[in-house]
Design a protein around this ligand. Structure first.
Ligand SMILES: [Zn+2]
Length: 440
């Protein structure tokens, strides 16, 4: 039996109901490995077979534990349990008061990329030990188990945690700043590709998580923002902004640490105004414009400007724009259906709708697996015919191929950075800003 509850093997007392239900209890054939970091016991509990190696996991988890403990300044527990579930096709995790459940496919541990994905999950869930399990939005304190608990701060609880899970892997030495910037460039592209990020403010996607984010509909991509991804992006911008405004004396790290000290769990949680106030203290001036535009509003995120604070530039990855018609499809059995139509795209203008069944492109059957490939071989401006069933009505739509409005990006280093830009880069990513090399 494995649990975060303290006990003597027969009795497992908990101070209150909240604590009790926040301590998963695993009873089974899992293998437990106890290791110590700073003299504090941690348990790696793995259920299920896989190509994992306990020594490697303990070595790498210890690095994450140390890095995150150094970030926050203390351990908020006396013992911690990682419950790893190796189950086919599983993923994702859940944070708890002094434990976490981590789902993973069993045979990912020997592949460097997928293993890094697993360590990213460890870094994310473990970061929640402070951000969420201790430092908690007011709307989640006390937690009411009988109904939905609404709050506008999930973008901080989840988005800021998502921002730091990647950074923690850089700081723990699992990845390089250059690799980190490649990931950041990809997330800038996804942010700009999601029309919903320009429709629904982050505070609303946080608040409506119960009825929207976790009940994904066909139109979610077009109408809703993603408080994880966009929340992470806004956290990155806020970090760069504070570093810039304070001449690199302060950062979002200081904000999070200060929030953690000032809003202990026993105090009833924090509000968005509290968070903004603490961020302003470290920035040294008002962030009202920032919050109005990007948190309460849906203004496009000014990456070009903010990356400049760290001596970086956003560039297009490919010199040629990709041919594009603006739909995504999924296959169910032998049918290919439209799952996404980007507003304003050629497909949208041609009246193609969600759920339409795509039959052929230029007279030949097309499926999800080859649609993108066949479109990529067309030329911009070319007119193509898409044959489809729309609510059982056979239609032939003529579309003019355009180019993808959002390119793939590359973050490159400025050739002549200022001292402040160098300092910000080093403070942020922990390595000197080597000039002249790109992030490739
Ligand atoms: Zn999370």
């Amino acid at each position: 039996m494995t649990t975060g509850l303290e006990g003597n093997g027969r009795n497992f007392p908990a101070p209150d109901y909240d604590y009790f239900v926040d301590c998963p209890i695993e009873i089974g054939t899992q293998k437990d490995f106890t290791f110590h970091v700073d003299g504090i016991p941690h348990v790696l509990s793995i259920s299920g077979a896989g190509d994992w190696n306990a020594d490697t996991l303990i070595r790498d988890m210890s690095k994450i534990i140390t890095t995150e403990r150094n970030f926050w300044g203390e351990y908020p527990y006396k013992r911690y349990v990682f419950l790893v579930h190796c189950t086919p096709r599983s993923g994702g995790g859940t944070e708890h008061i002094n434990s976490t459940i981590l789902g993973t496919s069993p045979f990912i541990f020997k592949n460097p990329d997928s293993y890094k994905g697993f360590l990213n999950l460890v870094a994310h869930e473990y970061f929640h030990t402070w951000n969420v399990k201790q430092l908690r939005p007011k709307g989640l304190v006390p937690y009411d188990y009988t109904r939905e608990n609404y709050c506008r701060e999930l973008w901080i609880a989840e988005g800021t945690t998502s921002y730091y899970d990647n950074l923690m892997l850089v700081r723990a030495g699992f990845t390089t700043p250059e690799k980190y910037l490649e990931g950041a460039a990809a997330s800038i592209q996804s942010d700009r590709q999601r029309p919903g990020n320009r429709v629904q403010p982050l505070v609303e996607s946080s608040f409506d998580a119960w009825i929207k984010f976790w009940r994904e509909r066909e139109q979610s991509f077009n109408l809703e923002s993603d408080y994880y991804g966009k929340g992470a992006n806004i956290s990155a911008l806020l970090d760069l902004d504070i570093r810039h405004r304070s001449a690199n004396k302060h950062s979002l790290d200081d904000v999070m640490r200060s929030m953690y000290k000032r809003f202990p769990l026993s105090g009833g949680g924090y509000t968005l105004a509290d968070f903004q106030g603490v961020a302003e203290e470290f920035a040294g001036n008002s962030l009202q414009h920032f919050f109005n535009e990007y948190v309460f509003g849906t203004a496009p995120l000014p990456w070009e400007e903010y990356l400049g604070y760290a001596g970086l530039k956003l560039a297009k990855k490919d010199s040629l724009a990709k041919p594009w018609i603006g739909i995504a499809t999924t296959d169910a059995g032998d049918r290919t259906r439209v799952a996404q139509v980007i507003p304003g795209s050629p497909a949208y203008e041609a009246g193609i709708d969600l759920g339409d069944e795509i039959l052929a492109l230029n007279g030949y059957r097309v499926r999800s697996s080859d649609l993108a490939e066949r479109i990529s071989r067309l030329a911009e401006g070319e007119v193509v015919t898409l044959t489809l069933f729309q609510r059982d009505h056979l239609r032939e739509c003529k579309l003019k191929v355009a180019h993808a409005p959002v390119p793939a990006y590359l973050i490159v280093k400025n050739s002549e950075p200022t001292t402040l830009q160098r300092d910000i880069y080093k403070g942020w990513l922990g390595a000197p800003l080597d000039t002249g090399t790109g992030s490739r």
